[in-house]
Design a protein around this ligand. Structure first.
Ligand code: CO
Length: 131
């Protein structure tokens, strides 16, 4: 049911300087996009079959802003591809796991996404991405 790691999300304070740093490491920037619903701007950096997603909060009440306030910059979540996100959520819930999103929402790239609570994943915020 889990197909692959879609991307690893990294919370950053300033997207432009983060992008410059990652370019120096050899990454290329595929696109920079604002996801208004989540109050973030994201840059997608392809890494073979996966991506690095650099995420900057666009508002102080964005979950990413709160994350950086508490923990500083760093790995924020791991995203995995699933065939059908409704099925994946139903399955996780049915197995007694705690979800942040009971229903999918639209994330970067217009894809259906949903987050699973870190309490149910040994401390790692997990994102399902359909496709
Ligand atoms: Co993500």
């Amino acid at each position: 049911m889990i197909k692959k790691i879609d991307h690893i999300g990294i919370a950053v304070g300033d997207l432009e300087s983060a992008v410059e740093q990652y370019k120096k490491l050899g990454f290329e920037v595929k696109e920079i996009e604002e996801v208004e619903e989540q109050k973030v701007r994201v840059a997608m950096l392809p890494a073979g079959e996966s991506k690095i997603e650099l995420i900057q909060a666009t508002s102080d009440d964005s979950p990413v802003a709160k994350f950086i306030e508490k923990k500083g910059e760093g790995i924020h979540h791991i995203a995995v591809n699933v065939e059908n996100i409704e099925t994946a959520l139903k399955n996780a819930k049915g197995n007694g796991l705690q979800l942040i999103d009971e229903e999918p929402r639209i994330g970067a790239g217009g894809k259906k996404i949903a987050f699973v609570h870190p309490k149910s994943t040994k401390g790692v915020l997990l994102e399902f991405v359909e496709g």
